[in-house]
Design a protein around this ligand. Structure first.
Ligand SMILES: N[C@@H](CCC(=O)N[C@@H](CS)C(=O)NCC(=O)O)C(=O)O
Length: 104
C-alpha cells in the first residue's frame, strides 16, 4: 500500500469507541454550514443510517449541551452512548463499520 493510499484510504475505527451495535444510541452534533458535518451527514444518508441530529447553530441548547458534555465546541461530534468521537473521517469509518454489521 502506497504512502498516499495509507494517508487517504479508509480509516481504522478508533479503539476507544464502542464496537458497532444496533442498539447503541447515536447522537450527531453538527451544523449545516460545516463541510465536515455535511461529509458525515452524506455518509449517514448513503448508508441509510438514522442519527439523532442536534444542530448546534440552530439550537443554542444543543451547543451548550455539547460543551457541557465535552468541554469542546468542535463539530461534527458523534456520541455513541456516552463516548464522544470527533473527526469526520473517523466518524465515517465508525458509521461504515456500524452499517456493515448484520442485524442481531
Ligand atoms: N478535522 C475536523 C475538522 C472539524 C472542524 O474544523 N469543524 C469546525 C466547523 S466546520 C469547528 O467545529 N470549529 C470550531 C471548533 O473547532 O471549536 C473534521 O474533519 O471533523
Amino acid at each position: 500500500m502506497s504512502f498516499f493510499s495509507r494517508l487517504l484510504g479508509p480509516r481504522a475505527v478508533p479503539s476507544s469507541v464502542p464496537a458497532p451495535d444496533r442498539d447503541r444510541a447515536r447522537v450527531l452534533y453538527k451544523f449545516d454550514a460545516c463541510p465536515y458535518c455535511v461529509r458525515v451527514m452524506v455518509k449517514a444518508k448513503e448508508l441509510g443510517l438514522e442519527l439523532d441530529m442536534r444542530d448546534t447553530r440552530r439550537d443554542r441548547a444543543h451547543h451548550e449541551e455539547m460543551v457541557k458534555r465535552t468541554g469542546r465546541t468542535q463539530v461534527p461530534l458523534l456520541f455513541v452512548d456516552d463516548q464522544p468521537l470527533w473527526e469526520s473521517a473517523d466518524i465515517n469509518a465508525w458509521l461504515t463499520a456500524y452499517a456493515s454489521r448484520s442485524p442481531a
